[in-house]
Ligand binder design. Structure first.
Ligand code: DON
Length: 305
């Protein structure tokens, strides 16, 4: 991989491009339905700063659930191990927006990446920051090196008008006492957070701190090494909802998907990679993206296994 990583990416991109008409674009957030389903891009950023992209890797897209890794990292940085009193660290084996396990677990979400868990993380950030929306955005700007990054009103408003399941989740968790702020405030922040737009190049760059023992490529320490280890473990076990086992099985890297068709994955001490193709498989994960990443780890032999 050291010298021929560009060829590996090029060939994996070519191979995944041959997949025709598989998967469906997400439409439950109306604004996402306006994206060109044929977009396809990939970008890899190595921890030495070298990077390479193919296809629509410079085009911005809605990162959706990928942002949940960044919100978790900020909440974990602030609360430390106390955070796990509010959210568990177990795979859910259920869909990303499932309400089922909350009843048996008395309002403690199974992990921070299902919607229920990410909503609790938003509540934690609101309780611990002055202005959560502003400070979280500043945090992502710092990680991404993008000083003008902003929430997308178009996408956030579209989800705010239709996100009934998330409203139900937040109120249900509140009924168990695991949401401390007003549900409307928590949801408003959650929808804004999910509306961030980045390109594959920007995303792979942003996620290098988790492959780089908590340091950005500029050398700024964001998170302790031990905390990176735990976040990466959560991505491996819970990053793809009820397809997390399949992703570990086929790709073998910590990663996180979003319903906009993006996937980020990383190989500790080596690289972060982002791929985007809006057509999703039945589990809500990018069809071509999964295929491309499987090709990359197969041919580079760089999976954590
Ligand atoms: O809450 C939602 O449904 C979306 N904002 C995010 C869901 C998502 O990205 C699931 N990922 N595959």
């Amino acid at each position: 991989m050291e010298s021929n990583y560009k060829n590996i990416i090029k060939n994996a991109y070519k191979s995944a491009s041959l997949i025709k008409d598989e998967g469906k674009i997400a439409t439950y957030i109306p604004e996402l339905a306006n994206v060109n389903p044929e977009m396809f891009g990939v970008h890899i950023t190595k921890t030495d700063g070298t990077n390479y992209g193919e296809g629509n890797n410079l085009e911005k897209f809605s990162i959706q659930s990928i942002v949940k890794v960044l919100s978790l990292s900020l909440a974990y940085k602030i609360l430390g191990e106390q955070l796990w009193e509010r959210v568990d660290v177990e795979p859910s084996g259920a869909k990303f927006d499932s309400l089922l396990l909350l009843e048996t677990n008395k309002g403690i979400p199974r992990n921070p990446f299902i919607n229920a868990g990410a909503i609790v993380i938003c509540d934690v950030l609101i309780s611990n920051l002055g202005d959560a929306k502003v400070e979280f955005l500043a945090y992502v700007r710092e990680l991404s090196g993008l000083p003008t990054l902003t929430y997308s009103d178009k996408i956030a408003d579209s989800e705010k008008a239709t996100g009934y399941r998330n409203v139900a989740l937040c109120n249900f968790i509140k009924s168990f006492g695991n949401i401390k702020n007003e549900p409307s405030e928590v949801l408003d922040f959650y929808f804004d957070m999910c509306s961030l737009e980045m390109s594959c190049k920007e995303l792979s760059y942003t996620f290098t701190f988790l492959a780089n023992k908590g340091k950005t490529l500029e050398g700024k320490k964001i998170l302790k090494k031990s905390k990176c280890k735990r976040i990466n473990a959560l991505m491996l076990t819970c990053g793809f909802y009820d397809e997390s086992g399949e992703f570990a099985f086929k790709v073998g890297l910590p990663g996180k998907s979003g319903v906009g068709g993006g996937i980020v994955a990383l190989y500790p001490n080596n690289f972060a990679i982002a791929v985007w193709s809006p057509k999703l498989n039945p589990h809500g994960n990018s069809y071509k993206g999964m295929h491309l990443l499987e090709e990359v780890t197969t041919h580079s032999e760089l999976s954590i296994f």
